[in-house]
Design a protein around this ligand. Structure first.
Ligand SMILES: [Zn+2]
Length: 153
C-alpha cells in the first residue's frame, strides 16, 4: 500500500504522521483534528489530505486562509493539489514536509536537541524554560532551534 509521511514542528517538537491509501487526515486548529496546529492563521478545519485517483492530495477547506505549496503556489478554497515526497506545505507559519519514509533525510536516527532563542537578549536557552533567567522575557513565542548532535562541532 502506498504511503507518505507528513513531518512538522509544533510546540518545539518534531511530529510525524503516516498517511496511507485509506487515510483521511484533517489538519487544523480544532483540537479534534488529526493534525492539530495552534496558529492564528490556521483555520479550524484547514486542510484534508487523502488518497484519491491513485495519488495523495491535499484539499484546502478554508475560505479565509490559503495553503502555500513549495513556497510558490497558492492552494485556494476548495482546490486540490497532488502531494509528492519532497513537497512542503505552509499553513499559517507552520511548514509541513512531505516525505517518502519516516526518516526523510536519514538524520532521524540520532536524538534531536531543542533549544530556544530568547527574544529579549538573544541567548540560546534550554527549551523547557518558561522565562529567560537572564532578562525575564517570556519564552512562549521564542524561536525554536534544533540541533542534530552529529552536526555539532
Ligand atoms: Zn533573555
Amino acid at each position: 500500500m502506498a504511503a507518505i509521511w507528513l513531518e512538522w514542528i509544533s510546540v518545539k517538537k518534531i511530529h510525524t504522521k503516516a498517511i496511507n491509501e485509506r487515510s483521511r487526515v484533517m489538519i487544523g486548529r480544532m483540537p479534534d483534528c488529526d493534525i492539530y496546529l495552534e496558529d492564528p492563521h490556521i483555520s479550524r478545519n484547514h486542510a484534508l489530505v487523502n488518497f484519491n485517483d491513485g495519488i495523495f492530495q491535499v484539499r484546502n477547506l478554508s475560505e479565509t486562509n490559503p495553503i502555500i505549496l513549495n513556497d510558490r503556489w497558492q492552494i485556494d478554497f476548495n482546490q486540490n493539489s497532488a502531494l509528492r515526497p519532497g513537497d512542503m506545505l505552509t499553513l499559517g507559519k507552520i511548514e509541513i514536509r512531505v516525505a517518502a519514509s519516516q526518516s526523510p533525510s536519514g538524520r532521524r536516527q540520532a536524538p534531536v536537541i531543542f533549544k530556544v532563542r530568547c527574544p529579549g537578549c538573544d541567548r540560546v536557552l534550554e527549551s523547557d524554560l518558561v522565562d529567560c533567567p537572564w532578562c525575564q522575557a517570556s519564552l512562549a513565542g521564542a524561536e525554536a532551534l534544533i540541533f542534530h548532535p552529529e552536526e555539532r562541532k
